[in-house]
Design a protein around this ligand. Structure first.
Ligand SMILES: *[C@@H]1O[C@H](CO)[C@@H](O)[C@H](O)[C@H]1NC(C)=O
Ligand SMILES: *[C@@H]1O[C@H](CO)[C@@H](O)[C@H](O)[C@H]1NC(C)=O
Length: 176
């Protein structure tokens, strides 16, 4: 039996478990920040548009969408690429790619920018171009019509919950 401090891997194992704890902590912190209620509104021009496929400087494949609203979009959630669907609801369990399940800040916003029971002191861009990296592994053949769905959140105020207006929206384009 070796004493623990002589095991060469011990530090690495400790680092791994610390990272693990940190990841869980961040996950809880983020999910807590977004346990918000909201006001559905798709009639004031909020939404997504102009999807375009590209590559970033490391040649990773990217999707850019423009998000806009009556005021700057502050968070985006339920952002997925999936099969062509114009119906009222689509089962997106087998999405081609999921960018975000739960809402996350975009456009420079963060929880610590909100005054108590008030809005954000930061004002982002309107319209804002959101570029994220994706993996095309599950994508259908190039040229297939697909759906890009996302929910935009705006006019958020932070009290005991984060309350925003939101609009879930789909647009259609061709797979790259
Ligand atoms: C992005 O890079 C991939 C892999 O290198 C390439 O096949 C594809 O044509 C590029 N796409 C664009 C839009 O430039
Ligand atoms: C959605 O699709 C998945 C995978 O095909 C299936 O297991 C699930 O039952 C479906 N859910 C609904 C509500 O139809």
């Amino acid at each position: 039996m070796q004493p623990k401090f002589l095991q060469p891997n011990n530090n690495i194992n400790m680092m791994k478990s610390n990272c693990f704890v940190l990841v869980i902590f961040i996950f809880l912190a983020l999910s807590g920040a977004f346990a918000f209620t909201g006001v559905f509104n798709c009639k004031d021009g909020a939404g997504i548009e102009n999807p375009r496929w590209g590559n970033d400087s490391t040649n990773a494949q990217t999707l850019t969408i423009d998000v806009k609203g009556p005021s700057p979009i502050q968070a985006v959630g339920n952002y997925k690429v999936y099969f062509y669907s114009t119906g009222k609801e689509a089962n997106t369990t087998e999405a081609y790619y999921v960018f975000m399940h739960t809402p996350d800040w975009v456009n420079g916003y963060a929880s610590n920018m909100f005054t108590a029971n008030g809005g954000s002191t930061w004002v982002g861009a309107n319209l804002f171009s959101l570029t994220l990296i994706y993996s095309p592994k599950k994508f259908p053949p190039s040229g297939t019509i697909i759906t890009i769905g996302a929910t935009v959140h705006y006019d958020c105020t932070l009290g005991s919950d984060l309350v925003c207006k939101y609009c879930p929206m789909r647009i259609y384009t061709k797979a790259p």
